[in-house]
Design a protein around this ligand. Structure first.
Ligand SMILES: [Zn+2]
Ligand SMILES: [Zn+2]
Length: 296
């Protein structure tokens, strides 16, 4: 241990760029952007290269290492502004079902999809930044950003639907998937769903952190999946079971008129929030690794 110049019994974590003293936590202060030596006011630099050197980076490390349990994550949609956004999204999505005329309803559906896409990437980005609750609304005024998000979202959600569609189509045609589902067919179907879920968990974070084009780098997703020490798998499992539980609940709710529909819609929105939040958590936790994987 290298001791602090002022406090001999405390380990130093920094060295001053001016007076060159070794400094402990008590001997530095955070300015708006940098960490400063308390003795001379010059910049204090961390002794270890991988330690955060700015106030923002320290703030981020604090959030990354702060305890955030699964229970905390599961109530994310109900915290802070999130609850208002959830209610607003519910009203918009519910109302969209009562729009008269086919063409008008189609237009409204596209608009609602764009809003949901923007909301999801907003959640992913806020989560990666280190926010554990939403504190503002998505920016719905930047149309080019909105359209970019919508296109990426269509690829993410569309590829999932296409995978299921292809499985059912090929399965039905070949007779592998009968109208009486067999165990192997059910297992294979679950596998398809799981792979699609994993793609989404990685995909949302990739689009939010880098670009829509990174979505197509499947070989990197695979490597990222293996290298997050089981976190990508754990988060995919969680979303996979959540999707299953919500799907089964919705099947039951379908028998209850209106109220059942409203509950189904709420569950769907809860799921939309959770996919984005969990993907954000994965990328926040392994940000350094993903940066290296996708940007080098
Ligand atoms: Zn100094
Ligand atoms: Zn000290």
């Amino acid at each position: 241990m290298r001791p602090c110049a002022e406090h001999a019994q405390v380990a130093a974590g920094f060295r001053c760029d001016g007076c060159e003293r070794l400094l402990c936590e008590d001997c530095i202060e955070e300015s708006y952007r940098l960490l400063l030596c308390r003795h001379c006011g010059e910049r204090a630099l961390p002794l270890e290269d991988h330690q955060p050197a700015t106030r923002q980076a320290r703030e981020k490390t604090r959030v990354q290492t702060a305890p955030y349990t699964l229970k905390d994550a599961l109530v994310f949609p109900f915290r802070g502004t999130g609850l208002y956004i959830l209610v607003a999204a519910f009203v918009i999505k519910f109302g969209a079902n009562f729009v008269p005329f086919f063409i008008l309803r189609l237009k409204v559906t596209i608009l609602v999809s764009a809003l949901i896409a923007a909301l999801q990437f907003h959640i992913v980005r806020a989560t990666i930044r280190g926010e554990n609750e939403l504190d503002n609304w998505p920016d719905f005024t930047d149309w080019s950003e909105l359209m970019k998000d919508l296109l990426a979202w269509l690829v993410l959600e569309g590829s999932f639907q296409v995978m299921i569609g292809m499985f059912l189509g090929v399965g039905l045609l070949s007779g592998f998937v009968g109208f009486e589902p067999s165990l192997p067919a059910a297992l294979l179907f679950a596998t398809v769903l799981w792979v699609g879920t994993g793609f989404q968990i990685i995909g949302y974070g990739v689009v939010a952190s880098y670009s829509s084009w990174h979505l197509f780098m499947l070989h990197l997703h695979l490597r990222g999946f293996r290298q997050t020490f089981g976190d990508a798998i754990r988060f995919s499992n969680l979303i996979f079971f959540l999707r299953g539980a919500i799907f089964l609940s919705q099947a039951v709710l379908a028998y209850i008129p209106i109220l059942g529909f409203m509950c189904s819609l709420l569950l769907e929105l809860y799921f939309i929030f959770m996919v984005a939040h969990l993907s954000g958590l994965l990328f926040r936790k392994h940000e350094a690794y993903f940066d290296q994987l996708y940007l080098s």
